[in-house]
Design a protein around this ligand. Structure first.
Ligand SMILES: Nc1nc2c([nH]c(=O)n2[C@H]2C[C@H](O)[C@@H](COP(=O)(O)OP(=O)(O)OP(=O)(O)O)O2)c(=O)[nH]1
Length: 130
């Protein structure tokens, strides 16, 4: 059987040259790993619409979604995640933790200090060399 396909969007939120990094909660898939906030694209949504909705739900703030960073796929034991990341700007609200364990604002060159979800590693490399 072919693996389940999961389409996910992630926000690379830049504030004054620092990037918001979010740590997944300790339980569930990829517990404790770092990611870009976001989530699964729902039926009928564009990737950008999904990202605006997810950031409102997860961080209680509003972003403007800019250019795509990259799209890559990674096969996990639970399925294949195709992750599209976008540069984003915060336009309203202050990021508030609702489901993540922690957020950190890091310079692009510091991102590789964290343990990223495997699907994020190519995006992290692009951002670190941007
Ligand atoms: N949001 C987000 N998810 C990521 C990233 N990298 C990565 O592998 N993922 C994975 C984790 C999840 O399996 C999936 C995103 O779905 P989600 O954030 O809604 O995950 P979840 O596990 O909370 O979903 P669920 O249990 O409610 O179904 O993609 C990333 O940078 N951001």
């Amino acid at each position: 059987m072919s693996p389940k396909q999961i389409n996910v969007v992630g926000a690379v939120i830049d504030r004054g040259g620092r990037i918001l990094c979010a740590q997944r909660g300790p339980n569930g898939s990829l517990g404790g790993m770092w990611e870009f906030p976001g989530g699964k694209i729902e039926n009928g949504e564009s990737p950008r619409e999904a990202l605006i909705r997810e950031i409102d739900e997860e961080l209680r703030c509003e972003v403007v979604v800019g250019e795509e960073v990259t799209t890559t796929s990674h096969e996990y034991d639970f399925g294949v995640v195709t992750l599209t990341t976008f540069w984003c700007e915060l336009v309203a609200g202050t990021p508030t933790l609702t489901e993540h364990a922690e957020v950190r604002w890091l310079a692009p060159t510091e991102l590789d200090q964290l343990e990223w979800a495997p699907a994020d590693v190519p995006a992290v490399a692009i951002i670190g060399s941007a």
